[in-house]
Design a protein around this ligand. Structure first.
Ligand code: ZN
Length: 291
């Protein structure tokens, strides 16, 4: 039976193929690439994967890992050394971030050359009610412009088009339609050296608490992880090869950016004296109050 998750899985494979042929990243073979907020569909060219959540109600597909290093970390406090990567990919995460300037500054800090940021455009927000998106995003004069989404801009009449279809067909038609009109619906921002941006927010929105449900849990995350299919892993390696590096050498404390001392089951910050656990080979480089 074709349910919603399996449908998303098929669609993610189509996206993967699209990357190969339509959207190669502007990187050299030896460049080290980080995918921030990789979610259920990590970029095939990425060398290191990073996401804040194992499970996330805001994400349509489940997290998938493979043979690449995966790190649980916050995009606003990235646990990597200055200029530790050549290129950063972040797809459809920035519209969820409360303080996007923190992520943008972290991106400039850790990337040597630049990166690619994609997000749904403010036009796309009119077609679908993206309740969790905090920002209307567009590119103007080579700057990323964020306008705080204070109320829904979703247009009931525009969305009626998709309501003609029922069940899975509605998602399929929606996906095909968004692919066909991607240039209008998706912001694709390639940056080099520096990210130019403007953020417009109402005064009362800066102090909000992050209300993600996982945020309140004090327990360590239960890591039940889905592995990507062997075929995709093999294809990825065949197409992109692999680069020699030890990801542990790239890591620093997400809070004070000091060096770690590697312990058997944790990373210990020599400055904050905090032990960050490693569970099932995944470094949990978050504050324990935030997952
Ligand atoms: Zn520290």
């Amino acid at each position: 039976m074709l349910n919603y998750p399996s449908l998303m899985n098929i669609l993610s494979k189509i996206t993967w193929i699209r990357w190969l042929f339509r959207d190669p990243l502007p990187v050299d073979h030896q460049d080290l690439v980080l995918d921030v907020g990789c979610g259920g569909n990590p970029h095939p060219r990425a060398d290191v994967l990073c996401d804040k959540f194992i499970e996330d109600s805001q994400r349509p597909s489940t997290l998938k890992v493979d043979d690449r290093p995966f790190i649980l970390a916050d995009a606003e406090k990235l646990p990597f050394r200055d200029k530790s990567f050549d290129f950063l990919v972040s797809r459809h995460i920035i519209e969820h971030i409360r303080e996007p300037e923190r992520f943008l500054n972290e991106s400039m800090r850790i990337s040597r050359k630049g990166g690619l940021i994609t997000a749904p455009s403010s036009t796309w927000e009119k077609f679908f009610p993206f309740r969790y998106h905090l920002w209307l995003i567009k590119v103007e004069n080579n700057q990323l412009v964020f306008v705080r989404k204070e109320r829904e801009v979703f247009d009931e009449e525009l969305s009626q088009f998709f309501h003609t279809y029922r069940g899975p067909l509605r998602y399929i038609v929606g996906q095909i339609w968004t692919q066909l009109h991607r240039d209008a619906l998706e912001v694709r921002f390639l940056w080099k050296n520096k990210i130019r941006y403007q953020i417009h927010r109402a005064n009362n929105t800066t102090q909000e608490k992050n209300n993600n449900p996982i945020q309140n849990s004090k327990e360590l995350p239960k890591i039940g992880i889905n592995h990507r299919s062997f075929l995709l892993t093999y294809l990825r390696r065949a197409l992109y090869g692999s680069r020699k590096f030890n990801y542990e050498d790239l890591l620093v404390c997400p809070f004070c950016k000091s060096n770690f001392r590697k312990k058997s089951k944790s990373f210990y910050c020599v400055n904050c004296h905090y032990h960050f656990p490693v569970i099932k080979n995944i470094p949990i480089l978050l504050n324990n109050r935030t997952y």
